[in-house]
Design a binder for this molecule. Structure first.
Ligand code: ADP
Ligand code: MG
Length: 697
């Protein structure tokens, strides 16, 4: 360490200043995310060994690890399946066998009767008695080798051994004790929570005292871990709050709460809004009437009726002379919205534009021009909406559907698109994936949340069964029985390949086979390779009950609405994720008949596939499904944000640390109120500079 670097805070000191770290090692450490001394300290062990004390052989159980000191009773080389050296040792409380498969002649001669050994290893059940396979050992005469602390094992990588990581953390801990990592949580707060200070917590997780609970340490629930997790979660909470405050310093167009267009649209609907829809719409309108930009997430299970709420919100923006952008993550979903919006708005004389990646270049150019000139008031589309050359005349409202499938940065891009002279558009985000509370409070604390917690009247829970693919014959019979009652059926073909071509082929084959197996049935086909017009025609015929069985790829995952369809078969269900299965299943159960969903699968099922299918059978509740999905897959994947780093923590773990979230809120409040100077430091420590945009999208 040079004299000057000891002056700086550890977050600023490069790991290269440590002994044993040259350029090559620094590059390898970088792959572990270790750049600074602080990173060394935040790189926590995932496992510990207890080499602090001697264990009695008599108290050891299979699976235990420990140090024993024992006397050699017998040593022999045996030749069974493999040549091995067996050394029987005992310590007065019991005996066990040390088993070596690789050994030199010299080694085998070391173990003469009466020799005292100190061994470390994992105990397992052997043929006659417990044994340690290839234990570490030394002659007891060389002196005891017991450690003062539990031995840590770190996540490592090629060329970075445990020994290296231990030496680095040793050095970093010495520097830590010179108070170079500032305590940012007030001591009295820590006291109230019964948690250790930062230095103690770090010292404890890296070099736990002998009496610490290894089980708690390995589970990450030791008070030392909780202390660190709380600080990290508090930092994220404060960062999101800051972003939100920044967001609210921008201006937004104040949109009137009265709108003729909305009134006309409502009058033209075939249904009345549910109570939940009306309430959520009101919440949106209150937000949009303010001069600061709305940032609202609308959650509503599949089929809850989010689209019409979006359309009514859009009416208010259009009425006030602003443009609306409505973005969906897939072509088919965007097309469905386009269809709905055209039906609703064109009779009112409002033009709806369309921007997707599949537009012909010339069509795209003219649409972009119409949007820039303001000739188009509402534009529906995919991510094509936020490409660089798309400019709005005056965007007042950006609606993003199925938000979790967009990269977070795409959402940011759309928002910034509308930014003009410090004026931001209002933003309405809609998702059928309820964000579990734990995530909402950490990754989405900057959003206001509305929940459409009521389905339109007449929806019935769908009965779900899982069948092995061999039972296909029985399933075809069920299809026949359903159509005999005048019901319609979806048969969904899925393939593991993303290739639309292969999917289309599989769907064609299935349609042919079903037409053969079900004489007199009208079998339709819809897949992603068809032209939008062809798809629409087929869908229209299905809706008009001119098709009995609709074979489809996952293109029908979203938006499709045919209440008379009461049976859905999903092939290769084991390959689909929970939210996709839930979305698909949401196509049935929309009419008065009892609906069913049959999940066809190929065994044997992986553990997670079995869990997923089990959950689908148990519940129709999108919220429960989302929570279980989070448990199975982890937050990053559920949100589609793995790459963007949202909700990725260094130490905290959603799920494990959920019970801390209330405390986290309190600590964040307290810090913001009484220790404002700690706020920026915490954010900098845990989140760094460059990433500050992440939560504001
Ligand atoms: P999601 O919330 O999944 O996006 P949609 O907006 O697609 O749901 O609505 C699902 C279906 O329910 C659509 O056919 C829509 O017209 C219909 N719908 C929406 N609101 C109501 C309501 N209040 N009463 C009856 N049907 C409704
Ligand atoms: Mg929808």
């Amino acid at each position: 360490m040079s004299a000057s670097s000891t002056e700086s805070a550890l977050e600023d000191v490069s790991v290269s200043t440590l002994k044993g770290v040259g350029d090559a090692m620094a590059a390898k450490l970088a792959t572990l995310g270790i750049f600074t001394l602080q990173d060394v300290l935040f790189h926590l062990p995932f496992r510990y060994q207890d080499r602090t004390r001697l264990r009695r052989i008599g108290e050891l159980r299979p699976g235990d690890e420990g140090v024993i000191e024992a006397e050699v009773a017998l040593s022999e080389v045996v030749q069974r399946q493999r040549r091995s050296l067996l050394v029987r040792v005992s310590d007065g409380t019991g005996s066990l066998t040390l088993r070596f498969f690789h050994f030199s002649a010299k080694q085998s001669q070391q173990f003469t009767r009466g020799t005292m050994l100190q061994c470390f290893g994992e105990v397992r059940r052997g043929p006659g008695m417990l044994e340690m396979v290839h234990p570490e050992y030394r002659l007891a005469s060389q002196g005891a080798a017991l450690q003062n602390t539990l031995t840590p094992f770190y996540p490592a990588t090629d060329g970075v051994q445990q020994g290296t990581l231990r030496k680095l953390s040793d050095q970093a801990l010495v520097l830590l004790h010179r108070q170079r990592l500032q305590e940012l949580i007030p001591p009295q707060l820590l006291n109230d929570l019964g948690l250790p200070d930062l230095v103690t917590a770090l010292q404890t997780v890296h070099r736990p005292p002998p009496e610490a609970s290894i089980a708690d340490l390995m589970d990450g629930i030791h008070p030392a871990h909780r202390r660190l997790a709380i600080e990290e979660l508090v930092s994220h909470r404060l960062a999101l709050r800051q972003l939100r405050d920044q967001h609210q310093t921008h201006q937004a167009p104040q949109l009137p709460a009265q709108s003729d267009i909305a009134a006309k649209l409502r009058a033209s609907l075939a249904f009345a809004l549910t109570g939940a829809q009306a309430r959520v719409l009101d919440e949106v309108l209150v937000d949009m009437a303010k001069a600061e930009p709305m940032l609202r997430l609308v959650q509503g299970d599949v089929g809850a009726g989010k689209t019409v709420v979006a359309a009514l919100a859009a009416s208010h923006a259009v009425e006030a002379g602003y443009q609306v952008a409505f973005m969906a993550p897939t072509e088919i979903l965007a097309e469905q919205h386009l269809l709905n919006f055209c039906q609703w708005f064109e009779p009112l004389g409002i033009s709806v534009g369309w921007l997707s990646g599949k537009l012909k270049a010339s069509d795209r150019r003219s649409m972009i021009e119409a949007v820039a000139m303001g000739q188009v008031r509402i534009v529906v589309g995919t991510h094509a909406l936020f490409q660089n050359d798309v400019e709005f005349e005056n965007l007042g409202l950006a609606i993003v559907d199925e938000q979790h499938r967009f990269g977070v940065h795409q959402r940011l891009a759309l928002r910034n698109k509308g930014a003009k002279n410090d004026v931001l558009p209002h933003q309405l985000i809609m998702t059928a994936t309820p964000i579990p509370r734990t995530l909402a409070m950490t990754a989405y604390a900057d959003l206001d949340v509305s929940v459409i917690d009521e389905l339109p009247p007449g929806r019935k829970p769908v009965t779900t069964v899982a069948l092995e693919a061999q039972r296909r014959g029985d399933v075809v019979q069920r299809v026949g029985a359903a159509t005999a009652e005048g019901r319609q059926v979806y048969w969904v073909c899925t393939l593991i390949e993303e290739s639309e071509h292969l999917q289309a082929e599989a769907a064609e084959d299935t349609a042919d086979a079903l037409a053969d197996a079900l004489p007199g049935h009208r079998v339709g086909l819809v897949h992603g390779r068809m032209k939008p017009k062809e798809k629409d025609e087929v869908m229209a015929r299905f809706k008009a009950a001119e098709i009995d069985v609709l074979v489809a790829t996952t293109v029908i995952e979203v938006g499709v609405d045919v209440p008379n369809a009461s049976l859905m078969i999903i092939e290769n269900a084991e390959r689909l994720g929970l939210s996709q299965l839930h979305q698909l299943r949401g196509r049935v159960g929309r009419g008065s008949a009892q609906s069913s969903c049959i999940l066809l699968y190929h065994g044997p099922l992986s553990k997670t596939a079995r869990q997923r299918i089990g959950i689908m059978r148990e519940t129709n509740d999108g919220f429960v499904i989302a929570e279980r999905d989070l448990e199975i897959r982890g937050a990053g994947e559920v949100l589609g944000t793995r790459q963007t780093g949202v909700a990725e923590f260094r130490i905290a773990q959603l799920g494990r640390d959920d019970d801390l979230l209330d405390v986290v809120g309190d600590v964040a409040d307290e810090l913001a109120a009484t220790h404002p100077s700690a706020v920026d430091k915490l954010i900098r420590r845990w989140i760094g500079e460059g990433k500050q945009d992440y939560g504001g999208v």
